[in-house]
Design a binder for this molecule. Structure first.
Ligand code: SF4
Length: 304
């Protein structure tokens, strides 16, 4: 908790007004509610990203609603008891649904899910569970790789061709179920999708492209005070508290240092020459940069 309070003070001194608390699973952090109180005192709004499972427990929920976050983003990984056990090691799917229902009713939250290899053919059943739990908006994003403990985890990733085929196939039914209240964080090059699909998403205001890293809209702190470019890049911290920064001023200096700027520009560069003159480049930016640690950009990007 001491470290969290130091990081809170640094963010407040930088003029940051919103913090997102994300895991792992942040409801397992024993200081969550205490931290929420401190953020409120500091005038900072918080959003919790959670699977909502703990909120299915009556005692936990009672305590939480006394010291809540300002917003909750709930994520759903499974659509049945079997899949909950297999994918998320959650033993009681009914408790999970109670937790989701509580979050949606109290915070008006939508539910998000990741389109990964475990649920690729089951996006509609997932969407139906979200709907049954009261959600009236939904957000979908593809799985991207993560770098942690010296390994690249690609276990949930789906070949791009299968991703496109399955999402295009299941989109209409999910969209109808949610009466158009659907957001798609595409994370992949726009040019791998059928043009009419991208145009439909754009017209309907359902397309979200690029991330906090690409549009420089957020900072990610790891559990040991590491600064990360992305929460999937735990192995490559930009800096560590007390080694590279210890205040708002020193953190801003670190961000503007030649090494960090050069690394940022490298990671954020276009993955293909085709992107340079592409009319969609400012929107697309070539998709999530981490994809290109796994896929070959030359082979994967056809060009708009
Ligand atoms: S050419 Fe590049 S910028 Fe254009 S749509 Fe494809 S990946 Fe995106």
């Amino acid at each position: 908790m001491d470290l969290a309070l130091r990081l809170l003070a640094i963010t407040r001194d930088m003029g940051i007004k919103n913090i997102t608390i994300i895991g792992g699973e942040p409801t397992l952090w024993k200081h969550l509610m205490e931290f929420n109180v401190e953020c409120r005192k500091a005038g900072i709004k918080t959003t919790l990203v959670t699977n909502a499972y703990r909120f299915g427990n009556n005692d936990y929920w009672r305590q939480y609603v006394d010291k809540p976050n300002d917003k909750i983003g709930a994520s759903l990984k499974a659509f049945s008891s079997d899949s909950a056990m297999r994918i998320a090691k959650i033993h009681d799917f009914e408790i999970l649904k109670i937790g989701l229902h509580r979050v949606v009713s109290r915070f008006g939250s939508g539910i998000s899910f990741v389109c990964n290899s475990f649920v690729l053919n089951d996006l509609l059943p997932l969407a139906k569970v979200a709907y049954e739990c009261g959600a009236r908006s939904i957000s979908i994003s593809p799985c991207t790789p993560s770098f942690s403990k010296g390994e690249v985890d690609t276990s949930g990733m789906v070949p791009l061709i299968d991703l496109v085929e399955n999402i295009v196939l299941q989109y209409d039914k999910i969209n109808d179920l949610f009466a158009g209240q659907l957001m798609f964080s595409i994370k992949t090059p726009l040019c791998i999708w059928p043009k009419d699909f991208i145009e439909k998403l754009t017209e309907r205001g359902q397309l979200r492209t690029s991330c906090q890293f690409q549009h420089r809209s957020g900072i990610i702190f790891g559990p040991k005070g590491q600064i990360m470019a992305c929460n999937s890049m735990a192995d490559f911290p930009i800096g560590i508290i007390d080694e590279n920064y210890n205040s708002a001023e020193s953190l801003i200096k670190l961000f503007n240092s030649p090494t960090v700027v050069a690394n940022y520009n490298y990671i954020n560069s276009y993955p293909s020459e085709l992107c340079i003159d592409c009319p969609k480049a400012s929107l697309c930016r070539g998709g999530c940069p981490l994809m290109w640690a796994v896929y070959n950009a030359k082979e994967s990007i056809p060009g708009w």
